[in-house]
Design a protein around this ligand. Sequence first.
Ligand code: ADP
Ligand code: MG
Length: 221
Amino acid sequence: MAHIEIENLTFSYPSAGRPSLSNVSLTIRRGEYVVLCGKSGSGKSTLLNLVAGLESPTDGSINVLGQRIDRMSEIERIRFRRSHIGFVFQSYRLLPQYTAIENVALPLMLRGVEKRERERRALEALDMVGIAKCARQRPAQMSGGEQQRAGIARSIITSPAIVMADEPTGNLDSRTSQDVLSLLKVTSQKFAQTIVMITHNEEIAQTADRIIRIEDGRIVR
Ligand code: ADP
Ligand code: MG
């Protein structure tokens, strides 16, 4: 089954002269671990943002989990994203005033899960990514690797069908990067999740089931 199906997608930022994506077609199957690889400015983040419904196509269609995300209203897209897509960011994006457990529990809070239950599940997720010991610490008291593990725990706490990671190891040393990548892989296999990860690092790209190469807003391979 296809989890993501993109057809003839073209996208231009309103302020930009030329399109950031041109005529992109792509199918990603359920449970696939795919890497988008390309130089800086090639359109990787733009593509991910479109699939997540953060931007709307200029032309073409985007089908995610059997639904036309490009046809949804803003509100529908927000709901869809919260229910089905997890995000991991290069800069972790943990809230500094919250502890690890509170950060990881945040997506559950947005869903109205009560405090005791969401903290129980957040602790479980922190344990799974190997940093239960950091539960009561704030991001400033954690290493980069620990913060990214918390970022991964937060991305999977709602059991999303799809996890998107934009340069998740861009701020980590190579040893910690390997740990974080294998963690992403293990959790995705455990929950049969589809992973779409951006990187410009060849070594990291080689860990994927499939590498999709982007140049100048076009898929070249
Ligand atoms: P990548 O993630 O591969 O580095 P991006 O998807 O961020 O590339 O950018 C693709 C192209 O779109 C680049 O030419 C970039 O300058 C342009 N771009 C990205 N974001 C914006 C924006 N908010 N407004 C205008 N142009 C943008
Ligand atoms: Mg980018």
